[in-house]
Each structure stands twice: as C-alpha cells, then as structure tokens.
Write a protein of this length. Structure first.
Length: 142
C-alpha cells in the first residue's frame, strides 16, 4: 500500500512518535544522495523537526536549497513499513535545545551518567532547529 499525500495522517504521527531513526537527505547534497541517520520529532502541526549545529554541512546546503526529505522505517522483526516526508525546510534559531532534551529522553536512558554527560555536552553548544514542512508524503505498509 503506497499513496501520495501532502500531509501526515493520524497513523503516520503515531508511527513517527516512536524512537525510530530517520534518514535525512538534502537537495543540495551529493548525487546520489547520501542520507544521514537523525533523531526527529513529528509535531502536532504535522511538521518534522530535528536539531543540528548552525554551521553544519546540512545547514549550509539547506540555505542554498531548502528542500529535504526524511525516511523512517519500522525495525527488523516488525511488519514492513516505511514513511517518507519531503518538503521545504526552514532553519529556526529557537527551540533547538528543548527539542534536543526531549529527543535525548526518547532515545537514551538519561539515568546512565555517560548519556547524561553526552546530553550536557550537546546542550552546551549552539544548535538550530530544522523544520521540514511536508509537501509530499509517501508511505508503505505490508
């Protein structure tokens, strides 16, 4: 089952709220695309957001061409399912540290002192928030 849409469904949002890795590609990147695994959050407004350093290569590329996509797949052992979201991406100067803290709690055990130190290290650096505004949503479930 694969259908095209321009927004995320309730089922999509439920799937994306799980601690899964997304694979991000940006339009101004290399050909063929070389996606990178990222933490992400689907918002109630139907956007996808993540955080990164303001001087990262992905930010420099997004400033040249704001198109990006993220693909998220179910892990091995579950029925096959994936979701792809593509659209214009904005670089937002606010909210990155709060997003980082929420995502760290979702992906890591912050009772582990090493992970808590990792989070403190990230929070001590400047971060920006990337927001993908869906223009094309594709999904597959088997």
């Amino acid at each position: 089952m694969s259908n095209d849409a321009t927004s995320l469904t309730t089922e999509d949002l439920e799937f994306l709220r799980r601690p899964l890795h997304g694979f991000l590609s940006v339009a101004a990147g290399p050909v063929p695309p070389q996606p990178r695994p990222v933490w992400f959050e689907a918002t109630a407004e139907g956007t996808i957001q993540l955080f990164t350093a303001p001087d990262s290569l992905k930010v420099r590329r997004l400033r040249r061409d704001p198109r990006a996509s993220i693909v998220v797949a179910a892990p091995v052992g579950e029925r096959e399912r994936w979701l792809s979201v593509a659209g214009r991406t904005t670089v937002e100067p606010d909210g990155a540290h709060e997003l980082c803290a929420r995502l760290a709690a979702r992906y890591w055990d912050l009772d582990d002192p090493a992970r808590a130190d990792d989070l403190a290290g990230i929070l001590a650096t400047e971060q920006v928030r990337l927001v993908i505004h869906p223009e094309a949503v594709r999904r597959f479930a088997y």
